[in-house]
Design a protein. Structure first.
Length: 276
């Protein structure tokens, strides 16, 4: 159903403006581990590979009758998606996936990994249980029930890394280098900080900072009547040229191209940009 092709030159449309994307908060029973549940239904007409923009998240996904782990992505990725395919995703809260999965986030960086490769028979039993519940509860309800039943009893977020995520999202005071500031705030050496970030987020503080900054721009990108230069400043870029370089690096598109795509999408449905 899906073929992950990694990076590529023949870029297709952005995934978030292709097909129908809906999301809602995770159910109360799963809320400590997951921020939201989303479904993405591809159009019935065939679509060439779609572009996946890094968003600093890790998802547990259900597709083609199996579970897989998606991300964290450090750069733009592409997937070939079957026409009419529906993917259901459960987005992990920051710094939770490692404890829930029992594996470092670094193992999944820029990859799509079958849950069966990590949990073996347990993952196969989970998939079978979802299929058994489909008729009675529907796909999302069936997955929620199975995750509540099979998920780890204790998979609390790494408190220090959750705090680190918040600090990176807010950013250091103007003119203060990120990594030394984070180390002082968290009481960690630079070496320890890097190791803990790799385990929890799949990459280091600077990469997380770049991705979160670009996500801020994407959330602002559909704003009418505001120049790209102003949006760049509001998102935290030093200038518009800085935004252009980062946008090309992370998405393969210019800020103007992204704004046009997101504006066109907003005319038809709510934005699919990560909001949970």
């Amino acid at each position: 159903m899906f073929e992950h092709t990694g990076k590529g030159q023949d870029a297709g449309p952005l995934a978030q403006v292709t097909g129908e994307y809906l999301e809602r908060p995770a159910p109360r029973s799963l809320r400590d581990s997951f921020a939201c549940v989303w479904t993405h239904r591809m159009p019935l007409a065939p679509v060439r590979q779609v572009v996946i923009v890094p968003d600093a998240t890790i998802d547990l996904q259900w597709l083609d009758g199996k579970f897989r782990i998606a991300g964290p992505d450090s750069s733009v990725q592409q997937e070939i998606v079957a026409a009419g395919a529906t993917v259901v995703g459960f987005r992990f809260r920051p710094a939770v996936a490692t404890a829930w999965l029992g594996a470092s986030a670094e193992e999944f960086r820029d990859r799509r990994v079958a849950l069966e490769d990590i949990w073996g028979m347990k993952a196969r039993n989970m998939a079978a249980a979802v299929r058994d519940h489909l008729e009675a509860e529907g796909i999302v309800g069936a997955i929620e029930a199975v995750l509540a039943r099979f998920g780890p009893e204790c998979a609390a977020a790494d408190a220090a890394m959750r705090a680190a995520y918040t600090l990176v999202a807010e950013g250091p005071p103007s003119g203060i280098p990120l990594v030394p500031w984070l180390g002082r705030a968290l009481g960690m050496s630079e070496r320890t900080l890097r190791r803990r970030f790799d385990e929890s987020f799949g990459y280091g503080p600077k990469t997380l900072d770049r991705i979160l900054r670009h996500q801020r721009f994407l959330r602002l990108a559909g704003t009418e009547g505001v120049s790209t230069a102003m949006l760049a400043a509001e998102a935290g870029y030093s200038d518009q040229a800085h935004l252009v370089r980062e946008s090309r690096r992370l998405t393969g598109s210019t800020p103007l191209e992204l704004r046009r795509a997101l504006r066109a999408d907003a005319c038809h449905r709510p934005s699919a940009i990560n909001s949970c």
